[in-house]
Design a protein around this ligand. Structure first.
Ligand code: ASP
Length: 350
């Protein structure tokens, strides 16, 4: 799949960056290519000269990313795979609300990338006064032209983050994304895209791309819920979530370093769900640090029940990985082994 392509591909999927006013509020706009080129033409000539050539395509119906589902992740990965050999790097323009979810899912679907896929968006539409959109697009184009970047990344507000380690962290500030348990892959410094190759995945890639383009249809409607513990969670509530036949796996966000309330009825529901072959994993609901299931007696019930440790993964990385693994016809043990193995730098190696 290698090619000598030197130009980039920009894929517009929707989001605030391309939105325009409508009587009902902001909606995804069209004609994104001339709008992008007009905005980039306003950069100082020396900065314009640094940009690689690019082509723009759009998904059939650009959306507000709050409406995205796993099927959108699947279609986007297919689109990238289709055009992969034509582009030296790919920029995906995406709404910020679920951008980190899409980035995480793409990382699993596009394993072994040998060129950059950079997702970006904006907190303000391209044409809004003082918008962050142009700066984000410029930096994304520059990072996407950097052949040493060989993974799915998020370029936003002057920082390049590993996609499968990132989270949206601000509702309104321009600096909207963070990567709580992994250092940045790069920074925008004095109008240059500066990469930190030692943080990147390129050394871990084993040769050619080995994309896993799967059918997420059977899992797209609620098969993998995300359940955040709260004091007072009752076993009947966990039962309602986990013992439904439509549920194939779940992410639990537990306390601190990996703890669960000391309630045998909760542990019983977890054990029953695991016994039914559901793939359950747990991470901490603390945004920083790892969960180590079984360190405290209060967490032992999780490992006894068969719940897998998500270590320091983000919720986005854990849920999308569960979906990705459940979409494959794998023996249970292999699915569990892969969940515990870093596939694309999504969790710290044991
Ligand atoms: N609701 C928008 C979206 O996610 C927000 C944004 O793009 O910033 O598409």
């Amino acid at each position: 799949m290698t090619s000598s392509a030197s130009s980039l591909l920009v894929i517009y999927t929707g989001g605030t960056l391309g939105m325009v006013e409508s009587p009902d509020g902001l909606v995804p706009g069209h004609d994104i290519e001339p709008r992008l080129r007009r905005a980039l033409a306003s950069l100082p000539p020396a900065r314009r000269a640094e940009l690689a050539d690019f082509r723009v395509i759009a998904t059939p119906t650009p959306i507000d990313s709050s409406a995205a589902t796993p099927l959108d992740w699947q279609r986007l990965a297919e689109l990238i795979a289709k055009h992969y050999s034509e582009a030296a790097g790919i920029v995906v323009i995406h709404g910020t609300d679920t951008l980190a979810w899409t980035a995480a899912s793409l990382a699993y679907q596009l394993q072994g990338l040998d060129r950059p896929v950079v997702l970006t968006g904006a907190m303000q539409p391209l044409e809004a006064p003082g918008s962050d959109a142009l700066a984000n697009v410029e930096a994304a184009l520059r990072f996407a032209a950097e052949p040493r970047l060989q993974e799915v990344a998020i370029g936003f507000a002057g920082r390049l983050l590993r996609g499968v380690r990132s989270r949206k962290w601000q509702t309104h500030e321009a600096d909207a994304f963070t990567s709580p348990n992994h250092p940045p892959l790069g920074d925008w410094v004095e109008d240059e895209a500066v990469l930190y190759p030692e943080q990147g995945l390129q050394h871990h890639q084993r040769g050619a791309p080995r994309f896993e383009l799967l059918d997420y249809t059977p899992l797209a409607a609620g098969a993998v819920p995300r359940i955040v513990l709260w004091p007072g969670l009752a076993a009947w509530q966990l039962e309602a979530w986990l013992l439904d036949d439509r549920v194939k796996g779940a992410l639990l966000e537990v306390w601190g370093g990996g703890n669960l309330p000391d309630d045998p009825r909760l542990a019983g529901v977890l054990a029953q769900a695991c016994g039914e072959g559901k793939l359950l994993a747990a991470i901490s609901q603390c945004p920083h640090g790892a969960a180590a299931i079984g360190t405290y007696a209060a967490g032992q019930a999780l490992s006894d029940a068969g719940v897998l440790s998500g270590d320091d993964m983000t919720p986005e990385a854990a849920v999308t990985k569960l979906i990705h693994l459940l979409a494959q016809p794998l023996p249970d043990e292999e699915r569990r082994r892969r969940f515990l193995t870093p596939l694309v730098g999504e969790r710290t190696a044991p």
